[in-house]
Every structure is written in C-alpha cells, then in structure tokens.
Design a protein around this ligand. Structure first.
Ligand code: PBG
Length: 329
C-alpha cells in the first residue's frame, strides 16, 4: 500500500454515503434472535427490574409480540418460561410435562405465527428447586442421569412444535443423546443449536432475576459451565458438539468472548451464534439511565461488534428495539 499522502484513509470517511459504501458489516433484523420470558395468565406484562425495557409476557401477548417480530424481519424467538415455585422439584420433571407453560407457548406461537422460528432452551434450571441445569446427587451435578432428563425435555419440546432445540446445560454427551432421540422419533428436521462454549459467567445475573431463581441457586455452575480462563477448551467443546450432531453452535456470553466467536468461526465455518446476555444488556441500559452514555448508540455498537467478530446471528434482548429503529418505526 502506498503511504501518506498518496493514501489518506480519511478520504473514505468524509460523508455518510461513502462510509456506507465501504462498510464491511451491516446490522439487520435478520441477525437477531429475540429472547422472551413467558409467564402464566392473560393480558399480563411484567417489567424485569434489572433489565430496563424487557417484559415478561403471558402467552397471548407473546403471540402479539411474535407477530410484530416477524413483520420486522426477526427470524426467530428464544423462549424462556418463568416457572412458579409450585412447579419446581428436585428432578425438574415439570420440564417434560406435555401441557407445561413452555409447550403451550410454543404451540400458540407456531399456530398464530408459523413463519417465525422458535429456539427452545434445554436445561433444567427453570424447573429445579436447587436452580441447577442438571440433576443433583448430594452436592454433585451428575452427568448421565441429567442427560436422560434433558432428552425427555428436548423430545417434549419437539412434540410441542419447537423448531430449534438449544441445549444450554453443558452436560457431556447431551447433543448425541438428543440427536439420537430426535431421529428415533422421526424429528428429522428439528435443528440443534448447541450452547457449546458456555462460560460460568457473572453476566447471567439479571436473567436469573427475570426467572425468579436467583436466590434459589445452590452454589455455582462451575463444574459444568466453562472457566473464563479458557479458549482452546471452547474449540474442543464445539468440535464435540458438531461431531455429536449439532447444526449450529453458540458462544455465551457475547462481548467478553468475541475472541472465541472469531476462533470458532475461523476453525469450523459453521453457523455460529453468540448470546448478548442479560448482564451485557443491563450494563448498557443502566449507564444510559445514569446519563453516562447514549444507550441506543452503545447498544447498536455492541451488536455490530458481534458481526465483526464473525457471528452469524445474535441472541439479544435489544432485538425488537433495534429492529424497530432499523425499520424507522
Ligand atoms: C439456562 C440459561 C441461562 C441463560 C440462558 N439459559 C442462565 C444460566 O446458565 O445460569 C442466561 C442468559 C442471559 O443471561 O441472558 N441454563
């Protein structure tokens, strides 16, 4: 490359038209998967205190929101049921009850808005009294019995109409077990988006608040979620999940782990998603409320960073807001 003054990089930054002409990445609603918290009842909307702008929605309002999301070009929702104490147990059996809140929500959205995809989280934490993603024996979160439970959960979701099964539990071998069970029940087209590199992160705080199980969690999740110190291990986890039958992989959290997103994308070239998690969203919103930064601009900048890192899609609570802005609504 010739040097200054033959080359002046600022020539390509003088006006909006030229900046957009040379922009390497764009953010569109098709990049977003919108996570939504679902509650029992009708016409119910509850704000999540630690996530300004995020509401828990009853199924009827979820259906309306799904309709708007589809009209904005958001391809999929990720559903998270808020499970009340009476439905929680040691073994989380509510997770595979045919008529549970999650399954009713899936069926209702699929019926009313068939064109939006539904990504369904598979992990026992909303349903267990101890708040862990797997089953406990004493103080241990046991692997293989947990996988058996997760298979039941995934199959129940597929029967209810789930398009994408998204195991977020980090048990070993769960992708192969779920894939085999789906094939046996002839769910040939049910997709698996594996939370492959999911870290034991402090950034999940507001999410646990939204589900109401923050205080319930016994201990922490460090025996199954990954150590934030590790990067090579993420590559091994992704490789295993792909070998076991995952169609798509995910890295979580997002912003502090964009190095992992880039490594995964470059190493495997498979559809790679990243989760802009609750704490990342809350930080921007909180600083915005304090007047410390422009939250809208900061949020859009964060999401663009995921694209730059190589993500094919982003799970983000800001999806609707941003999609509305992009559409000029
Ligand atoms: C459940 C699950 C969690 C999140 C998504 N699925 C919480 C956890 O692992 O404790 C967090 C999402 C967020 O913080 O936005 N296993």
């Amino acid at each position: 490359m010739p040097s200054y003054p033959l080359t002046r990089p600022r020539r390509l930054r003088t006006h909006g038209w030229i900046r957009s002409m040379v922009a390497e990445n764009v953010l569109t609603p098709a990049d977003f998967i919108w996570p939504v918290f679902v509650i029992e009842g009708e016409g119910k909307r509850e704000a999540v205190a630690s996530m300004p702008g995020v509401d828990r929605l009853s199924i009827d309002l979820l259906v309306e929101a799904a309709r708007e999301a589809a009209s904005l070009g958001i391809p999929a929702l990720a559903l998270f049921p808020v499970v009340t104490a009476e439905f929680k147990s040691e073994d989380g059996r509510e997770a595979w009850r045919a008529d549970n809140l999650m399954h009713r929500a899936i069926a209702a959205v699929k019926k009313a808005v068939p064109d939006i995809g539904l990504v369904c989280d598979v992990a026992l934490d909303p349903y267990t009294t101890h708040g862990h993603d797997g089953l406990m024996e004493g103080d241990e979160i046991v692997n293989d019995a947990s996988v058996d439970a997760l298979v039941k959960m995934a199959l129940a979701q597929a029967r209810a109409g789930a398009d994408v099964i998204a195991p977020s539990d980090m048990m070993d071998g769960r992708i192969a077990a779920i894939r085999t069970a789906l094939e046996q029940e002839r769910f040939f087209n049910t997709k698996i988006m594996a939370y492959s590199a999911k870290y034991a992160s402090a950034f999940y705080g507001p999410f646990r608040d939204a589900l109401g199980n923050k205080s319930a969690l016994k201990g922490d999740k460090r025996t199954y979620q990954m150590d934030p110190a590790n990067s090579d291990e993420a590559i091994r986890e992704v490789e295993l999940d792909l070998e076991e039958g995952a169609d798509m992989v995910m890295v979580k959290p997002g912003l502090p782990y964009l190095d992992i997103v880039r490594r995964v994308k470059d190493s495997f070239g498979v559809p790679t998603f990243a989760y802009h998690v609750s704490g990342e969203y809350a930080m921007v919103k909180a600083a915005g409320q304090l007047g410390w930064l422009d939250a809208d601009r900061a949020m859009a900048e964060c999401l663009m960073a995921f694209k730059r890192a190589g993500a094919d899609g982003i799970l983000t609570y800001a999806a609707m807001d941003l999609a509305r802005k992009i559409a000029g609504r």
